[in-house]
Write a protein that binds this ligand. Structure first.
Ligand code: IVH
Length: 677
């Protein structure tokens, strides 16, 4: 091929890479900032995959602002320090209407113009200062002591709602709160509990722990978010905001996420009413707030009011009273988790907290109970960690009567009696018996759960019943259950039995990521399951993958890779997979069942396809789905490794390149002929 056409190809690829970067950034903005996505997740993934493939083939075209470059590949040795050009102050607090009224009086004594207040949520996270130069994200720092903070650029860069390029080419510093949404917090703690690691007490601590990671790959997995609440510096721009409200709307126009719930009011009464309103509905928000911030809107007024050494006189935080209750600890029960951890649970005298009645709460682990000297019969403080999971905080020691009993952590599994073990470096105790009845039960319960195989109609009681009657030993046996088997069980009507069987049958067609989740491989949650399903396409490929193949997949770390290879080496895994295979449970990743129908197979296993041009009656995504569902792989660009170029009408440079490299070019009907069902 001549060098001219080669450089032409290169130019086209460069343009495509730039377009993809821009389009993905736009979709990130609509999804993460506006919360109004323009395309489906599958379409988004497709764009990202195409970009990844092009960048892998042409590393020289990788742009620093590419969405694939959010996560630094190597950990830092230490954080650098950053001097704040404008000190990062904190806020004075108010706990009552009277305190807000005296704040308002002080404001009006100093400023005689018309006072307006902007009322904002006080999200409970960590303050960050983020710099953009000519529209490009350059640095992020923590508050530190207010004068100097730590350089957490690499960690903040992983937050997907943060644009790497602003929508306006501004040089500015914005301040905001980095935080962990509740859903991410719950998930992280579940994963940590599973791994026998200490759980975080609340989303704030979890966010702080995540931003303190020297390895941005770790921070990037934590699903942090950032909302901006101040413009601290703005260089030579056409606009000159005159008020806080103007400044926030400039930040929003630049593409940054600012609190959508802010409101401007004319009196402290109106501001206080909003405080009460949010205090009542704080539990309905997707993140924790610990108060409401009230700020004087007008910048002239702010300048006149000035600041003390610690905080501005033009703003105040109304803090919500902490929600903690006292109740009696009736008992401590140990339950066996599906990863064999022995989890202590407090049985409480029922008590209302944050709008729900609580009768059980987490006690974390043996060390926690011993460290806090929590005794059965104690009155204990209970709070909702991250406002969701109730937890015992500690005992009221002076209210003891002497009748309380110290809790002796059982040395054996409460279900099967096997002596419990503690792995090096872990706080959790585990039952080491792979045949433990509780473990089998918890695993099957997880297998059928909504996030895994989603088999409706099978609940905890039915699983326990099936095990007790010897009808199942593992989840694989579910697929061999008959109507007669089910009717042997007490209290199961013919109609429910039929429903259960239909739900089991339907789950055979689930895409691979559900099955992978359901297998309960330690450390592999729903997100990693999807990544693995996309990366390997089918279970056989994953099951035979080496450690090196696994860590080569983005987002699969060394611990997870080791856990996966360990899992596939277990005899019990082989027994289970054999059963699932005999039961004809689908082992392949189906991009989207809508596009592939129920047809799946392995006839394209090991083959790499590239798609180009317009295919008759099939979108690019549908064709990708079809190939993946039959075990093939789809790459974004043609190389010597490509086996087939699937070409439609108006095929462009990819066709030329394929021909030059001697890659077989096929039509859609030829592809369809290759799919042996
Ligand atoms: S304004 C100069 N606005 O609360 C005033 N702070 O001690 C700077 N926070 O460190 C803060 N939401 O981390 C402001 N809407 C909001 C906020 C907010 C949360 C945090 C911030 C700050 C602390 C106040």
């Amino acid at each position: 091929m001549s060098s001219i056409s080669e450089s032409k190809i290169h130019l086209d690829v460069r343009e495509r890479v730039q377009t993809l970067c821009r389009d993905i950034a736009t979709h990130d903005y609509h999804y993460h900032v506006l919360d109004a996505p323009l395309i489906s997740d599958a379409e988004y993934d497709h764009l990202l995959r195409e970009l990844r493939a092009l960048e892998a083939e042409h590393p020289e075209l990788v742009l620093p602002s590419s969405p694939t470059q959010r996560v630094a590949p190597r950990p830092l040795a230490a954080f650098d320090t950053v001097g704040h050009r404008v000190p990062m102050l904190s806020l004075a607090n108010a706990f009552s209407r009277a305190e807000l009224e005296s704040f308002d009086r002080r404001v009006r004594e100093t400023y005689d113009g018309q006072v307006q207040y902007v009322v904002e949520l006080k999200i409970d996270g960590l303050a960050v200062a983020v710099r953009f130069e000519h529209g490009h994200f350059v640095q992020a720092a923590t508050r530190g002591d207010g004068e100097t903070g730590e350089d957490i650029t690499a960690n903040i860069r992983t937050i997907r709602s943060l644009p790497l390029t602003l929508r306006l080419p501004l040089t500015l510093e914005a301040r905001g709160e980095a935080y962990m949404p509740r859903v991410a917090f719950t998930k992280l703690n579940e994963e940590r509990a599973e791994q026998g690691l200490q759980v975080f007490a609340n989303p704030r601590n979890a966010a702080a722990g995540s931003l303190r990671q020297l390895d941005a790959r770790e921070a990037g997995k934590r699903n942090l978010d950032v909302v901006f609440y101040a413009l601290s510096e703005l260089e030579a721009a056409d606009t000159d905001p005159k008020s806080h409200e103007d400044a926030l709307s400039l930040l929003a126009r630049a593409g940054l996420k600012v609190s959508p719930l802010r409101q401007t009011v004319d009196s402290i009464d109106a501001a206080f009413n909003l405080c009460l309103e949010y205090q009542a509905k704080r539990h309905t928000l997707p993140y924790d707030i610990d108060g409401i911030v009230i700020k004087v809107n007008n910048f002239d007024a702010q300048r006149q009011l000035g600041a003390t050494a610690k905080s501005p006189r033009w703003a105040i935080a109304y803090k919500f009273p902490a929600e903690q209750v006292v109740t009696r600890l009736l008992n401590i029960e140990i339950t066996v988790g599906r990863t064999a951890t022995l989890n202590p649970t407090a049985v409480l005298e029922p008590v209302a907290i944050a709008g729900t009645l609580v009768s059980r709460a987490s006690l974390h682990n043996a060390e926690f109970i011993a460290g806090k000297d929590i005794r059965i019969g104690d009155l204990v403080y209970v709070a909702k960690a991250g406002e969701i999971i109730p937890e015992v905080l500690g005992p009221l020691v002076d209210r003891r009567t002497g009748a309380e009993k110290a809790f002796v952590y059982p040395a054996n599994c409460p279900e099967c009696g096997t002596p419990a073990v503690q792995r090096a470096g872990e706080v959790a105790w585990r039952c080491p018996n792979p045949a433990c009845a509780a473990l089998l039960r918890e695993r099957i319960i997880y297998f059928v759960s909504r996030e895994a195989m989603d088999i409706t109609g099978i609940g905890e009681a039915l699983v326990a019943n099936l095990l007790a009657h010897g009808l199942v030993q593992d989840a694989g046996d579910l697929y061999f259950l008959t109507r007669e088997d089910l009717l042997k069980l007490p209290r199961l009507q013919a109609k429910s039995a039929a429903k259960v069987l239909a739900a089991i049958d339907k789950s055979r067609g689930n895409s691979l990521e559900r099955l992978l989740t359901a297998l309960g491989i330690p450390l592999v949650g729903t997100k990693a399951a999807l990544t693995l399903a996309q990366g390997f396409g089918n279970l056989e490929q994953l099951g035979t993958a080496r450690y090196e193949d696994l860590v080569a997949i983005p987002d699969i770390g060394d611990k997870m890779a080791a856990s996966i290879t360990e899992f596939f080496a277990l005899p019990s895994t082989h027994t289970l997979l054999d059963k699932l295979k005999r039961a004809e449970v689908n082992f392949t990743y189906l991009v989207n069942l809508r596009f592939t129908g129920s047809h799946t197979g392995t006839s394209l296993a090991g083959l790499i396809f590239v798609i180009t041009g317009t295919l008759p009656g099939l979108s690019r995504e549908e064709a990708t789905g079809l190939i993946l569902a039959h075990g093939g792989t789809v790459s974004g660009s043609v190389s010597a490794r490509t086996n087939y170029l699937l070409a439609g009408e108006k095929a462009g440079e990819k066709l030329t390149k394929a021909q030059a490299l001697g890659v077989a070019v096929i039509s859609l009907s030829e592809l369809q002929a290759m799919l042996k069902h």
